[in-house]
Every structure is written in C-alpha cells, then in structure tokens.
Design a protein around this ligand. Structure first.
Ligand code: ADP
Ligand code: ASP
Ligand code: MG
Length: 815
C-alpha cells in the first residue's frame, strides 16, 4: 500500500481537487491500495485561527464563517452531481453550525485556550476530507471519510501534541482491518488526547499524519503531493533559481525542513526513517515529474551542499557573564528550563571562552524566555555573575545543508565569502557537530539577498545573475545596452551569466524594474515610465534594493557620479566605469576608492579608462600580481592624436588633418582638449598609479604639440586661424622627420615612477613606427618581457569597442 498526502494547495480549488482525484484514481486502479491524507483547503487553517482569535477579542467572525461555508459549498456544487448534493451540503452545514456554536462560546467567554483553538481548527481537515471522500465516492464507491482524531492518540500538548505511539499503532492497525478494501480519506493534522479531546500536531502536521499511517501500515512509499516539484535547493519564493533535488537522505531533509523548508514538516521524517519507508515529494499539478525521494542513503550530487534553508523571523537571546565560565551545569540548567517551558530553541552558539551563550527562539517566545531566565538565575544576576539577558529582534537564520559537507573542506569559507562580499553581517554562527549544516544568524532585511548570494555561490555551475544599475545613456551607454540585449542568450547559455539591468538613469529620467528592464526598448520605457532623474535618489534606491551581485555602471563623462563611489562600495556594490574622473583626480581619492572597494570585497573595474576596450589595465594588473617587475611603459593612448600624426604626411597640411579629424568626430569640440594632451596625461596617470606610483597630475611632464599662439586663442575659430598661421612650424617638423626616415609620434613614457609625454621621432625599428589610423599602442617592458616588450595594439576609441570593454568588465565582476 501507499500513502498519498495532499497539502492545502492541492485541495485549494475545484481545479486542484480535480487533479487530486485524478492522481488518487490512477493509484487506486493500478492496485497500489492508496490511503489518502488531506490537509484543510488552502488558507482555511489560517482563517479558522483568525476567526477564533477575533471571537476571543469580541470581533465579528460571521463574514469569515460565511466565506468558509461558501468555499466548501462551491466545491460540492461543482463536483457532486445535483441529485447527491443535498446530504453532503446538510452534513457540511451541520459542521459549520457546530463551528459557529464554538466560536460563539469563545466570544461569550472572551477566552481562547489552546484546547478550544485545536478543536476549532480541526474543522478545516474534517470538512475537506469529508468533502473529497464524497466526491470520489461517485466514481469509487468504496471511498470513505475517516476522522483521524479517533486513531491518532497524543498527549495534551494542544497546538503541538506529541504522539502516543503504542496506542496509535494499535488503533490504526485495527482500523485497517475493519476497513480493508476501502479507499480511505484521512484527516491530516488532528489527533486526540486520552480524554478524547481534539489536539493538533503542529502547523504543517498533515505530513506527519501521513508518515504515522505509512509507518504503522508498512506502506511502500509516503507520497507528499504539493505545489512544487519536490524539495528544492532553496525556498522558490525567494530564490528564483532554486531547482528540484532528486534524492535526499532523511537527515538532509530533516535539517532543511527544520531550518525552514516548509515543503515538509520535520517530524514527518522520524516514522519513515525508523521503517526505512521512502518519502516522495511530488507536484500535484505536474504529476509526470518524479519529484524528490527522501530515503535512507544519501547520494553524492555534483554540488557540495544539498540546499539552503532559512527561518525568516527569529529572536536571539544573549547571555554573558563570568558565572558561566567553567560551570558545566550552567547550559544544562538553562536549556532544561527552556525545554520544560516548551520553548523551542532553534539554534545555540557558545563562545569558546564560555563567556557567552547565544540562542535563537521564535519571536513569540523571546520575552517569556527572558523572564524565565531572570527567575531561574536570580542569584547569579544579583551577584553580577551574569548580565541581564538581552533580546535582539528582526533576525533570520540561514542554513546550508548536506551530508557531504563533512568531507568537503572550504564550505564555511565559501559561505562567509558570499555573505561578506554582499555586505551581509553575520551575527552568530553555528555548525552542527554532525557537520550536516552550518547556520548563520543575519539581519532579517538581508535574508533575501543572502539566500540568493549563497545560492549563487554554492550552485556556481548554475547561472549567476548580475543586477546592474547604469547611469549615462549616451553613445557608450546605449551601445552597451544593445550589446547586452544581443548577447543575453549567449551569455546565459555559454557562460551561465544573466545580466539584468534593473536601473537606468540619464540626466533627465530614471527608471527601475527588479525583474530586469527589457533592453529591446529601454529608451521608450525610461522616457515614458521613468521619474524625473536625481542621481542621489537613484543611488539611494539602488542601495535600498539590497540586491545580491549588484553592479553600478558609470557611463557618464561627468564628475558627479564619482562623488558617490565611496558610498556605493560601502554598500558592497561593485563599480564598472569608462569615466576617468575618479581615478585621475587626487591620488588620495584614487587610493581611498581602491581601498574601500577592496575592504568591502567588491570590484572596481575601469578597463576602458585606458585604450577603450583594449586589455591594458588588466594586463598591467596581471603582470604585477604575478610578481613581474615593471621597468618601462611606452604608449600612444590618444586615438585622436594618432589619427592626426598618421595622416600628417606627404602634402597634407596640419590644419587640414585636424579639421578632418574633427569632422570625423575623432576630436573633442575644442580639438585642443585632445592636442593639449590632458586626456592622454590622465590615462598615463592611471597606469602609473596602477603600477604602484603615488603620482599626481602636476608631476607629469607634459610636452606640447601646439605652439604658444594656438594655445592662447580664445575660441575654436581663432584657434583654427592660428593653426593656419603655424603651418611652417608643423611643416618643419614633418620635413625634419621625413629626412631622417622617421615619423612623428606623441608618446607617453613611464619609467622609474616618472611620467612624461612628448613629441618624438621614431624610426622603422621602433614598434610605434607602423601605427595606423586612430590605433592605440602600449608596450610593457618588464623583468620577464625585457628583450621583447609585451605590446598591446588596436583601436583605442569608439563607442562599440568602449562599450565592449565595459561589457567585459561587467562579466568579470565577482569572477
Ligand atoms: P502544502 O499545502 O502542500 O502542505 P506547503 O505550503 O506546506 O504546501 O509547502 C509547500 C511550499 O513550501 C512551496 O509552495 C514552497 O513555496 C515552500 N518551500 C519553502 N522552502 C522550500 C524548499 N526548499 N523546497 C520546496 N518548497 C519550499
Ligand atoms: N492544515 C494544517 C496547516 O495549515 C496542516 C497542514 O497543512 O499540514 O498547518
Ligand atoms: Mg505543508
């Protein structure tokens, strides 16, 4: 025989009940001799609890009662043939009347005991099972409703009763005998004490009922049918990437469910484990899927852990004091006290000096625990051997679970790295001695971020999601969006990276969407649905969203975003930027930003600050990091100036070449901004700093390209006029070079910590001789690359390559 247990979500509506009937019928017809255990219809237990509480506070409950009745009647009307409806409706009506009387009683007494509450909520399971049994009876006449409270015997711990196993075993065995051949629909969740008073087995307890029946009747399997595809690697409501686990051991399932995986009630594992009966968690709405099998042996999976679970709301009590040092009886006394008073201690950690004990409880129990401790340890408190217990609220527990963790080193390192990198503060840690689980206590507001970050870290073969906030939608920003849009599927398939742009701002508008903005029409979305832009509030919103693996992209040319970089790093958000301002300002600022990023474990990538998409910054860092020693850098890092000197040959006049460069869009509006070498200087400055030299802009020896008169001109037009007048000057340079068989190049050099940029003439031997177009070139002479320097060459400007560089930085974040 087999136990088929269906949860509230599986009997929540007419449609879902149809699905349940289909599954039961199939099993029955296949000769599996199913015994069905049902929960209350979804939401009903909560509703009954609310009604009981309302009644006890003198609040009306009649409307809710009406809704409850309707919910059940509706199913009768839709799933039972008209001629059979009456007796069923009558019986349900009777149950509703009883319930009303009870609630009325609670209302008159203005008192609600746990005992009355259990009786009231038992109506949920009693109605649903009766109802579904009656529906099934139409097709399978041997269907019969069973009120399990007559068979499941418990103690009198109302609300969370403990099983009287011997008695229950006897009664269920007897039931099986008298009802052989029947198709039973058994109420989950409810039982009764010795006096026959209704008890419940704890919220979610229908699973446990299923295991109790399965164990007594030696079922071949206990199937828990619910609304997800088995036990998943994490709570799917929080971690969208959670996936179903094919196999788990009882211990693993127990740990995951104990730490919050609601899909199965933890005590369920015990009876099944004792008899080695597999528990199979399956999806009522996708019955063709295999779901999760919980069995005796664990199976090694491709991942070091099985899953991550969490309890979203716990309170923590801290006890400190010298009175605990070396007193072996102290924690014994403490936890015996709490156990006696039915306070469930979820997690305990004790510092090695024994100066403090921290334990987590349900928030509803915290105050009570504190008072109990104050009473029990009154003397110690008076003698100052113990400080007053302190309660901390709004905390959550996150636990990673897996039997194979034990034999895999580095698990806690990985966990703490993922948390630390995302700025999640760990308040306390506990590792079960079994090493099946490591649990951490964190702030409640960080839970969702933590779960997702830890999930990404442990299931790394899975896709990683980067959440991107981008400011600046000019040439580079919009090109980047195009590239991201085009590459989305490729990245996901080939690199398992998903990039979601969740915030976009330009100088006019800003727009957010945590699901990711559709990059096919970001422009319209931002224009039409965005709010008025404000950089400060854009950044504040980004910080408040508290997303894992978060990246801020500065695609602007303005100074303002850089004033926020420090605060962004402090929120554990990485920065990718093509904006040079932050890195080329004061050295102190450069240093502070780099240190802040490092301290917070986030990335600061700016490959496009030098040579657009060419790998220059990265190459330099790799050389330094791998222990090579930099001797010299020589570089041409201005695409504009490259273009100008590459074309200033033969008959060409300098004036014409500059004009042409401007027409082609290669120059700044005032070409002197390029020809003055300032931009080039900034790039050299960044390289020098990355190479470890604390250098300031005014220490760079910047040689002039332009004669005095051109520099002094007060407008662009005047500048061109002066340029025309200086034709002789430039021609002399050109002829001079040509006569020597050389070409003119504007070259930056870093050597011995000194940076200079100057016009030079180089001959054919020089690697920069053959540079063409607007290319950039850089040569690194190092201890390793001494004879033949390492040269990087290619297009050093343009929206496509620059956006490509930003893209590459982005993909490398967190790698
Ligand atoms: P039922 O009504 O069938 O008893 P529950 O609501 O008690 O269903 O449990 C199923 C729910 O548990 C799922 O809908 C899912 O949202 C939640 N859940 C939380 N953690 C997990 C997990 N690790 N795996 C699967 N489901 C989980
Ligand atoms: N109906 C009960 C509850 O909601 C029992 C269960 O669903 O397992 O807790
Ligand atoms: Mg449940």
């Amino acid at each position: 025989m087999k136990i088929l247990k269906f949860g509230g979500t599986s009997v929540g509506s007419v449609e879902s009940i149809k699905a349940v009937l289909g599954i039961v019928k199939k099993s029955y017809e296949a000769g599996e001799q199913p015994l069905v255990v049902l929960s209350a219809m979804s939401g009903v237990t909560n509703l009954l609890t609310k009604m009981a509480e309302d009644a006890s506070q003198g609040k009306p409950f009649q409307d809710d009662l009406k809704d409850l009745e309707e919910k059940h009647f509706d199913v009768v009307k839709k799933l039972i043939a008209v001629k059979f409806q009456n007796p069923v409706l009558t019986r349900l009506k009777l149950l509703m009347n009883e319930l009303e009387d009870l609630l009325q009683g609670v209302a008159s007494l203005k008192e609600l005991s746990n005992q009355s509450k259990d009786l009231i909520i038992s109506y949920g399971e009693r109605c649903s099972n009766y109802l579904v049994a009656k529906i099934m009876e139409q097709e399978i006449p041997v269907s019969e409703y069973i009120n399990a409270s007559y068979y499941v015997k418990t103690d009198s711990n109302f609300g969370n009763a403990h099983l009287n196993e011997p008695l229950t075993t006897q009664l269920i065995q007897a039931l099986a005998q008298t009802h052989a051949g029947k198709l039973l629909f058994v109420t989950g969740f409810i039982g009764s004490n010795e006096e026959g008073r209704m008890t419940t087995l704890g919220r979610g307890g229908s699973d446990y009922t299923a295991a109790i029946f399965g164990s007594v009747l030696n079922a071949s399997a206990i199937e828990i049918w619910t609304d997800v595809n088995g036990m998943l690697t994490a709570d799917p409501r929080i971690v969208k990437k959670a996936f179903s686990l094919p196999v788990l051991s009882y211990t693993e399932a127990m740990e995951l469910s104990y730490f919050g995986a609601k899909v199965i009630y933890p005590p369920t594992m015990v009876p099944a484990f004792m008899k080695k009966i597999p528990i199979v968690i399956r999806n009522t709405f996708e019955p063709e899927l295999a779901g999760t099998t919980i069995q005796f042996e664990t199976e090694k999976s491709a991942y070091p852990i099985k899953g991550i679970s969490s309890i979203s709301d716990v309170s923590v009590l801290n006890l400190t004091g010298s009175g605990m040092v070396g007193k072996s009886g102290f924690s014994g006394r403490l936890f015996t006290l709490l156990a006696r008073e039915q306070i469930n201690v979820i997690l305990i950690t004790q510092s090695s000096s024994e100066h403090s004990i921290t334990f987590a409880v349900n928030p509803n129990d915290a105050q009570k625990a504190k008072l109990l401790i104050q009473n029990e340890f009154e003397l110690e408190l008076l003698a100052n051997k113990l400080s007053m217990p302190v309660i901390e609220d709004n905390l959550s527990i996150l636990a990673i679970v897996g039997e194979h963790m034990k034999r895999t080193p580095g698990m806690s390192g990985k966990l703490f790295h993922a948390l630390g990198r995302n700025g999640i503060n760990v308040r306390a840690i506990a590792q079960g001695s079994s090493e099946f689980n490591i649990s951490v206590i964190i702030n409640k507001e960080d839970l969702s971020k933590a779960l997702n970050a830890v999930h990404d870290a442990f299931f790394a073969e899975l896709k990683k999601t980067l959440y991107v906030f981008n400011v600046g939608t000019g040439n580079i920003g919009s090109t980047l969006f195009n590239q991201l849009h085009k590459q989305h599927d490729f990245l996901l398939e080939q690199n398992d990276v998903e990039i979601k742009v969740v915030g976009i701002a330009n100088s006019r508008r800003m727009y957010f969407n945590t699901e990711g903005i559709d990059l096919a029409n970001w422009k319209e979305t931002v224009e039409q649905h965005g709010e008025v832009a404000d950089l400060g509030s854009f950044i504040a919103t980004m910080q408040a969203m508290n997303l894992p693996n978060c990246v801020f992209i500065d695609n602007t040319a303005s100074k303002l975003p850089s004033t926020y970089y420090e605060s962004i790093f402090k929120s554990n958000i990485s920065i990718v930027t093509c904006n040079k301002i932050a890195n080329s300002g004061d050295y102190a600022q450069y240093k502070m930003l780099h240190e802040t990023a490092r301290k917070h474990g986030v990335d600061f990538f700016y490959e496009t600050n030098v040579g657009a998409g060419l790998p220059i910054v990265r190459v330099l860092k790799d050389l330094m990091m791998s222990g090579d020693r930099l001797l010299r850098i020589e570089a041409i890092l201005s695409g504009t100036i490259s273009y100008i000197f590459n074309n200033f040959k033969g008959d060409a006049s300098f004036y014409d070449v500059v004009k042409k460069a401007q027409e082609l869009g290669y120059t700044e509006p005032d070409p002197r901004d390029d020809l003055g070498g300032i931009d080039f200087m900034r790039k050299m400055l960044i390289l020098a700093r990355d190479a470890g030299y604390p250098i300031e802009a005014d220490e760079v020896a910047l040689g002039n390209i332009l004669p005095e008169n051109c520099l002094k001109a007060t407008s662009v037009d005047e500048f061109y006029a002066e340029l025309l007048k200086s034709e002789d000057y430039f021609n002399a340079l050109k002829t001079d070079a040509a006569q020597q068989g050389k070409v003119i190049r504007y070259i930056g050099t870093l050597e011995d910590g000194k940076v200079s940029i100057s016009l030079q003439m180089v001959d054919e031997q020089h690697p920069f001789y053959a540079l063409s177009g607007s290319d950039n070139i850089i040569s690194f002479t190092t201890e390793r690359y001494k004879e033949r320097p390492l040269v990087v060459k290619g297009p050093g400007a343009g929206a496509e390559v620059t956006a490509g560089g930003v893209f590459a930085d982005l993909v490398n974040v967190g790698a």
